[in-house]
Design a protein around this ligand. Structure first.
Ligand code: T68
Length: 838
């Protein structure tokens, strides 16, 4: 669609009601939006109407910045980061936009003068849960930081109609409920049907010779799907930059297939529409596993093709020659989910834009960069060749050709090493043939990064060793980070105010400045304020737990929290073994002196992951017994908080005393929850895994509870032959814990219920819970000791927060900009471009 220049419109001054930030103006705008956009008046308005009116009021203020940003980027054809991710776990927008616009307090006052409570309205927002966990949330933190650092960027992904399922707990078991986040409408997005694109699937290819006598390939698809972009503005913190998150929905090319209709096949036509729309229907709820489902591969090519076509449109629109695609865009692949971009960009350049192979390959490699997020072998994506051929026949041809050139290169560098060729090939030919997506990503990118120092090292030594030997210069580490705007300023205003009262508020954009807090660590007044804030936040969580779970919790107990996806490698069941150990000690000696603890869990299990679901059931079952056993006398409580989400996480991190980061060493790529807890003053108990290693380095070993085998020790133990039964037989407390579960004590006498879990521990124990058990228990005993010394604990808590500067996602993004993206900030001046431009 052509844009029509209109100088009368260019000359329009944006009216004050849509941009003003005073309390008076906000009130007027709010009522105006309630009436004119939501179509309601106060007498009949629901809470949701008020939320919507407020959201529109805030959106108006974003739009001015968004349009200014777009105008400047377009005029300057600014170099842009495209962040391609199958998941963006954004969390609620309203609160974050209020913080980033710097109008939280004004809006609070404005709505309060209208008789409303801001917290109440914030609660209304149904968060877009378009991600599983860490990987999707990292993408969201990075968008926030790119906007804050004034880096031109576009996030590209899928607008799933149903995001991650809602979790209910029934009889202790997880039950999944579809997430209808769009039910009440989404005030934050704007559909852009004028930028729709088409994606082909299936069919076959034909070779032909073009008018210049060149060999060409034509792809005749079986099906064509339309992608429609929906844009959400992403505002930086106290900048005028508003970047874009562009999510694609799938539609049938024609809303009505007239040919089918005229031939009387009405239902056939509607069927076609339904099949197309299925593509963006639902987020796959598995983290860290690849199941090889056809629809999932279709989702990947769908959003990748839409996004690359969109970038090419922008390149042309800004009069950049296509040969300079890699100068205009750098495309970061968030894991291998968008790795098909390697073949798709090649296809677009060669088949659709007549470029030669060598030039297209140069451009592809120079544009793309790949981030790996896993060390689990089962999470490495591979697609059966048969499926690939059926869905993406042209891409498979291109991949074969890339593979041919690549293996020639390997042969040249490592002559006579046929085993290496077999290991490195883009095609796994060991049994049924597969396309290896991580290999495709490595070959097609100029940069390969891990997400924590240890993770990158293990990639180089193990998972991607051959690629490291082939292309050492491509490898680099980018330790993850989290945005302090959402994970302390918005979620923990009390701590934020205390910190800012001491060191000013520069730390919000420059998290390293938190180190100035260290000067106050010996100030008793400050320490007591720190402690009373933590205690007030814990009180709030106590009230929430009472209302949600009907459990009474002691606010002076240690709030010991493990909140993350359920996975055996994350070892929530190791935590369970500790709870039962303490319970057994109480049962053996009811008067024993135990530091009171509240064990809090939150997280979802993949619906098809039986063992993870059984662990959830175990925790709930332990809670039922422990919370009601009179011998325990309220010294231990076990709470499972259902339906863990970003919104909910914001409530949990500030309330924690102890953060559980207890994965088996060598399995957690980084972790980011570990950073959010520590930033809010929790102490960590953790293994030397992922970013825990670097957190400990920063906060100091005295302020971190470390335990367990290191990654090399894990490998060595497994190589020697690990026998969990030996630990069971030789450790009295461990044996008592396992026997207690096996006896049916937590399952109303049912000795079968937890047998699969116990058998997996006794006879395999892949994640070495038994090997780490004693070290964990000893470390937890130390935690309990230290907690009794309130002053010492507070000091450690302050030092943890004060030394978290490194873990801001602003630091991560600066590193990406410098080492991979080669991109500089483009500051946005407000107002300069809404005025007439000749
Ligand atoms: C996580 N990965 C890592 N994957 O487990 C975590 N996977 O250590 C790291 O901190 C985080 O990424 C950010 O780097 C995931 O969250 C997924 O969610 C996922 C989803 C689909 C398929 C595979």
């Amino acid at each position: 669609m052509q844009t029509v220049p209109n100088h009368q419109v260019d000359n329009l001054q944006i009216e004050d009601d849509r941009t003003g930030l005073s309390v008076e103006c906000l009130k007027r705008a709010f009522l105006d939006n309630l009436f004119y956009v939501q179509g309601k008046f106060p007498k009949i308005a629901t809470k949701n109407d008020y939320y919507m009116a407020l959201a529109y009021t805030v959106r108006d203020r974003l739009l001015q910045r968004w349009i200014n940003t777009a105008v400047i980027y377009t005029e300057r054809a600014s170099r842009t980061v495209s962040y391609l991710s199958a998941e963006f776990l954004m969390g609620p927008h309203l609160g974050n936009n209020l913080v980033n616009l710097g109008i939280y307090d004004q809006v609070k006052q404005a709505v309060s003068e209208l008789g409303l409570d801001l917290e109440d309205l914030l609660e209304q927002e149904e968060e877009p849960g378009l991600g599983n966990g860490g990987l999707g949330r990292l993408a969201a933190c990075y968008l926030d930081s790119m906007a804050t650092l004034e880096i031109p960027s576009l996030g590209y992904g899928i607008r799933y109609e149903f995001g991650i399922f809602d979790q209910d707990i029934r009889d202790g078991w997880q039950v999944e409920i579809t997430d209808k986040w769009l039910h009440c409408g989404n005030p934050w997005e704007i559909a852009r049907p004028e930028w729709e694109v088409y994606v082909r699937l299936g069919g076959h290819t034909e070779a032909y010779t073009d008018e210049h006598g060149r060999y060409r390939v034509r792809w005749i698809p079986f099906q064509v799907i339309k992608g429609v972009p929906h844009d959400t503005p992403i505002l930086g913190y106290k900048t005028n930059t508003a970047n874009t998150l562009r999510l694609w929905t799938a539609e049938a090319p024609e809303s009505f297939d007239f040919a089918a209709f005229n031939s009387g096949d009405y239902l056939g036509a509607v069927q076609e529409k339904m099949v197309s729309e299925n593509l963006s229907k639902v987020l796959y709820p598995n983290d860290d596993s690849s199941q090889g489902k056809r629809l999932r591969l279709a989702q990947q090519i769908f959003f990748v093709s839409c996004s690359l076509q969109d970038m090419i449109r922008i390149v042309f629109r800004q009069n950049v020659p296509l040969e300079k695609f890699h100068e205009k865009f750098v495309v970061q692949l968030n894991d291998t989910h968008p790795a098909i971009a390697v073949a798709e960009l090649m296809r677009l350049l060669i088949d659709e834009h007549d470029m030669g192979w060598d030039q297209a390959w140069q451009i592809t490699q120079k544009s793309l960069a790949y981030t790996n997020h896993t060390l689990l072998p089962e999470a490495l994506e591979r697609w059966p060749i048969s499926l690939f051929r059926e869905l993406l026949p042209r891409h498979l041809e291109i991949i074969y050709e890339i593979n041919y050139h690549f293996l020639e290169e390997v042969k040249a560098k490592f002559p006579g090493d046929s085993d290496r060729l077999r290991r490195m090939s883009l095609i796994d030919e060991s049994g049924e043939k597969y396309v290896r997506m991580a290999h495709l990503a490595c070959v097609g990118s100029h940069s390969i990064n891990g997400v924590a120092a240890l993770h990158t090292k293990l990639l180089q030594q193990d998972v991607l060793r051959d690629f490291y030997q082939m292309y050492p210069e491509k490898f680099n580490n980018k330790t993850n980070g989290v945005t302090p705007r959402r994970f302390i300023v918005l979620s923990n205003p009390r701590l934020t105010n205390l910190i800012s009262s001491k060191i000013g508020d520069n730390w919000i954009k420059h998290l390293e400045d938190l180190k100035h807090l260290e000067a106050f660590v010996d100030d008793p007044e400050f320490c007591s304020q720190w402690r009373s804030i933590k205690s007030a936040i814990k009180q709030d969580l106590v009230a929430y737990i009472a209302q949600q779970n009907g459990i009474t919790v002691n606010p002076d107990s240690i709030f010991d929290i493990q909140a993350k996806r359920f996975h055996e490698y994350k070892r929530q069941h190791l935590n369970a073994l500790h709870i039962i150990t303490l319970y057994n000690r109480i049962k053996a000696n009811p008067d024993i002196d135990i530091t009171p603890r509240t064990f809090i869990f939150g997280g979802k299990a993949a619906p098809g992951y039986y063992m993870a679901k059984l662990i959830i059931k175990l925790l709930n079952s332990i809670g039922d017994v422990v919370n009601n056993d009179p011998d325990v006398r309220d010294r231990l409580k076990v709470v499972f908080l259902k339906d863990y989400s970003v919104k909910f996480a914001q409530r949990v991190y500030p309330a924690a005393d102890l953060s559980e980061q207890i994965s088996m060493a060598g399995k957690e790529a980084s972790g980011t929850g570990n950073m959010k807890f520590a930033l809010n003053g929790a102490l960590t108990i953790g293994t030397l895994d992922g970013a825990n290693v670097e957190i400990r380095e920063e906060v100091g070993e005295d302020n971190f509870f470390i335990f367990g085998l290191t990654a090399p020790e894990v490998y060595a133990l497994k190589a020697r032959g690990y026998r969990p039964l030996d630990y069971y037989h030789s450790n009295r407390e461990l044996k008592a814990v396992i026997d207690r579960i096996a006896s049916g004590h937590f399952s109303h006498g049912d000795t079968k219920l937890f047998k699969p879990l116990l058998d997996s521990l006794l006879y395999r124990d892949e994640y070495l819970l038994f090997a780490d058990y004693q070290a964990y228990i000893d470390c937890q005993d130390r935690v309990s000791q230290v907690y009794r010394d309130r002053d010492r604990w507070t000091r450690m808590s302050i030092l943890n927060a004060a030394r978290m500067g490194k873990f801001s996602s602003d630091r991560s993004i600066r590193d990406y900009c410098q080492d991979i993206w080669n991109i500089k900030p483009v500051p946005i001046e407000l107002g300069e471009c809404i005025q007439a431009k000749e």
